[in-house]
Design a binder for this molecule. Sequence first.
Ligand SMILES: Nc1ncnc2c1ncn2[C@@H]1O[C@H](COP(=O)(O)OP(=O)(O)OP(=O)(O)O)[C@@H](O)[C@H]1O
Ligand SMILES: [Mg+2]
Length: 367
Amino acid sequence: MTERVSEIYIGLMSGTSVDGVDAVVADFGAAPLRRLAAAYVPFPTALRNELIGLQRAGEDEIHRAALAANALMDCCAEAVATVLARAQLATKTVAAIGVHGQTVRHRPELAYSVQLANPARLAERTGITVIADFRSRDIAAGGQGAPLVPAFHGVMFGGSRAHRAVVNIGGIANLTDLPPDGTVRGFDTGPGNVLLDAWCERHLGQPFDRDGAWAAGGKLVPRLLAELESDRYFALAPPKSTGRDYFNLQWVEQRLQSAYSAQDVQRTLVALTARTIAAAARAHCADAAEFLVCGGGANNGMLMRELESALAPRSVASTAAYGVPVTEVEALAFAWLAREALAGRAGNLPAATGASGPRVLGAIYPR
Ligand SMILES: Nc1ncnc2c1ncn2[C@@H]1O[C@H](COP(=O)(O)OP(=O)(O)OP(=O)(O)O)[C@@H](O)[C@H]1O
Ligand SMILES: [Mg+2]
């Protein structure tokens, strides 16, 4: 029997915000797991623009997608080199890398979801086994292929006597219900940062509204909020997942019946993110008392205040207060998914994705 020499895994996450790659290296042999180092590699502007451009039909997409995947893997290789240097680890000590890739289409209703990646290139660049393509097997089994993180949220933050829920506010927001009886469920609530970022980019030319400062100077437009909240996605029963294919700038623009001030719209979009998360929590995990928030949106003070008031009197805290910095949770989930794949264990949670059963996720590119 061959013994696995190490339980050290790297997770690489580049999510729907299309902002960059979050990387983390962790030792799963320790109990509780030990985070060794983390890094963030923002996308160069040209790559970010191309990855956003590839979300829609366009000219010569196959060629452009291949080149973008290569450039993305180079950012990933840089992130791997950085975490290894920070943790003072040699390549050979790492069992595998779990890489999410960049979603450019998420169409589970048509039985596909596309994550750009070139795992072979990453394996060559790093000399480490790479595991990629985590979503397609779940979709083939009738699932949404998303969200995949609830299983890990359960491992990391579950098992408490308190009824917890984890809210990840990335481009899209997702909620994981962690009742004390261990029956983990999860789903996408709708937009997280994606509309905030798109509106801010359009009107201020900045990729995001730092700390929600621009939004905080605007006035909430109740009529617009009601119109946005009436979208049918919010009323759908879980399991459900969504992406930039649905929630994007056009989605907002189609619902603007009057010439509202851009700043007031931004303010209203903050309320939309917070209120749709809170409404989903009330509808589908009514007994949760403790909310742990992660993802880049947890760094947006305005959004967090709005979420606290929407969820009151339930307690709201950052995952950092529970030992994991907000930008590391999703990357850690992909390190964990890589470990499950190598061990031949199922990584999906049918209660979250709707798949017909547990499945081993990912394709393995050996070092
Ligand atoms: N200081 C800040 N103020 C406001 N917003 C912030 C701040 N820091 C990060 N953000 C928001 O967080 C986003 C990045 O979050 P994150 O990386 O978690 O999202 P993601 O890449 O979509 O990940 P995932 O899909 O895994 O959830 C940025 O695009 C921005 O909107
Ligand atoms: Mg990100």
